[in-house]
Every structure is written in C-alpha cells, then in structure tokens.
Design a protein around this ligand. Structure first.
Ligand SMILES: [Mg+2]
Length: 312
C-alpha cells in the first residue's frame, strides 16, 4: 500500500481511538502499523495543540539555544498548530522567546503559576483573574510576595539560611545559574514562585522543606535549585487551556513534550506525552505508562517528535 494511503488509514484509526476517549491508544495504534520514522501521522480532521517545556526540551540543555528547534517550529507554524510554552520560566523570560520565534499563542509560566492568554485570542468569554500587559491572566498560584513572606518566616523560625532569587543580584543569579546577565534579570522578575537554595546540612534541608509544607506551600527540586509555590499546577493549566482550545477548534488532540520529572503533570494531562532525552542520551525515569520516549537530547528529540507526530 502506498505510504500516503497507509497514513490516511492510520489517521482514521487514530481519530477513532481518540474519540472513544482512549487517547493513549492513538499512538499505540499508529506505532503498531508502521514505522513512524518514515511516515508522519497526519489526520486532517484533528487539530493538534503542542504543549512544550523549554529548558532541556525546546531549548538546548547547556546553551539555552533554540537553533536546533527552528525548522520544526516553522513546520508547526505553517500548519497553524498552536505552540504552548509550559515552563518554570517567568513571563519576562518566555516573552523573549515568543518575540524571537514569532509565537503569539497562550503560555504557562512558573511551573503552572498562571496562564497568559493574549487579548482577543479566544473570541468567546471565559473566566480569568486579571488583565495585564495585553493578556488575560488565569492565575493558579499565589502571588510571589506571599511565597517570599512564608519563606522568610521559615528561615527566621529555623535559623537556616534560605537564599531566593529575590535576595540575589542579577550578577549572582547569572553566576549560579549559567544564564546570561540579560536572562538572569528576567528570571528575577518572578510573579508566582520563588527559586531558592538552602544553606545547611541535609537535616536542615529536610526541616526547611517540612516547614514549607506546613506553611501551605509546595516545593520542587530541579537539581541546582528548589522552587516554592502555592497552587501552581502545570497539569491543571494544561487542562484549562485544552478546554478553551476545544471550544475554539472543536476536535483537538494534545501533544506534550518534556524532559524531566517536573513535566510529569503536563505529560499526564495530554493525549500524547513525549519524553526527549537528557544529556548522556538517557531518559528521565518518570512514572507514566503511555509516555512515548523519543531518541535525541533536548531540541534534537523535540524536532524528531514533531516530524513524526505532525508530519513534514
Ligand atoms: Mg526541562
């Protein structure tokens, strides 16, 4: 059977699987029928929405460059596929990449702290908390100042030093993170979570994290830094946006691409979750049965995933 005809048959099966509300089945069906290296899965009846992590996924894990993702990004834009950033990065940081890449879709900031939706992006009305800088903002996390206040309280009570980005100069953030001075300044413009380090013994760290939880905050550990937040949820943010896209586009299939444990809730919320490799060509060990592991570190895997799933 010619490749195009096979693709069309698969597209119908994929769509059938999707509308029987067994989204994970779509990728299994497709994978079992053909070599996806050779033929992209294209279903004209379904509109795809791509949710993507930035650091180590769309962006190179060492240099933060998006150069290797450019061709696949252009492919998505040609097909008018929404590209939704879903990252720990701040609004200010994400706006740089949005401008550079000419992306004007909604985006999710600071580990699911808020969803920023450009004014007039959706023509219907929906609930949001505030308008800011040309966006309608759906807020899930508590404000940054409240997170900071709670961290200061924990620091004072336990006598263990907690150094957040709010305590550091731009130069200090650049030095410890490897970000450029420009991006360090943007990373400090936090609105919904605080990035911090704990100076102390393992016992001190455990005590701080326990007290942070008692203050009603969640925390995450991303290797170099801890993050503290209240209510931020990448998965919930993905679900809210998916519902809005269903209202806008009707038949929607969501793809999520990440590289780390902190992408788990995003990946669990999409129809097709994809994991790219980390440096050393290894996949993060995440607890998600239907995840599609693709070869290639960061943007190399990202590009391969887009080509396989979107075509072209
Ligand atoms: Mg990442």
């Amino acid at each position: 059977m010619p490749a195009r005809q096979v693709t069309s048959t698969i597209a119908c099966l994929v769509e059938a699987a999707h509308f029987q509300r067994t989204p994970g089945l779509s990728i299994i069906v497709a994978a079992s029928f053909l070599n996806m290296e050779e033929v992209g899965i294209v279903c004209p009846l379904l509109k795809r929405v791509v949710f993507t992590d930035l650091d180590g996924t769309l962006l190179d894990p060492a240099t933060y460059s998006c150069e290797k993702s450019l061709d696949a990004l252009k492919l998505l834009q040609k097909k008018e596929t929404p590209i939704i950033f879903c990252s720990a990065k701040t609004r200010a940081e994400q706006e740089v990449y949005r401008r550079e890449l000419h992306i004007s879709d909604p985006f999710i900031v600071e580990n699911g702290g808020a969803i920023f939706i450009p004014e007039d992006y959706f023509s219907f009305t929906f609930d949001y908390q505030k308008r800011r800088n040309g966006y309608k903002v759906i807020e899930l996390g508590i404000p940054y100042n409240e997170v900071r206040k709670k961290l200061k309280k924990v620091e004072k009570e336990l006598g263990v030093e907690i150094k957040g980005f709010g305590d550091l100069s731009g130069e200090e953030v650049a030095q410890s993170s490897g970000l450029s001075l420009e991006f360090a300044a943007l990373a400090k413009q936090r609105e919904y979570d605080e990035t911090f380090i704990i100076t102390g013994s393992e016992g001190d760290k455990e005590a701080v994290l326990r007290r942070i939880e008692e203050e009603g905050l969640n925390w995450a550990h991303g290797g170099r830094y801890y993050n503290a937040m209240g209510g931020n949820d990448k998965g919930k943010a993905v679900n809210i946006l998916t519902e809005l896209f269903r209202r806008k586009l009707d038949r929607v299939e969501t793809i999520g691409i990440g590289d780390s444990q902190n992408d788990l809730s995003m990946l669990a919320a999409v129809d097709i979750p994809v994991l790219v490799q980390k440096p050393g060509n290894r996949w993060e060990d995440i607890d998600l049965t239907n995840v599609y592991k693709i070869e290639g570190v960061g943007p190399v895997g990202w590009t391969r995933a887009i080509r396989k799933l979107i075509g072209g």
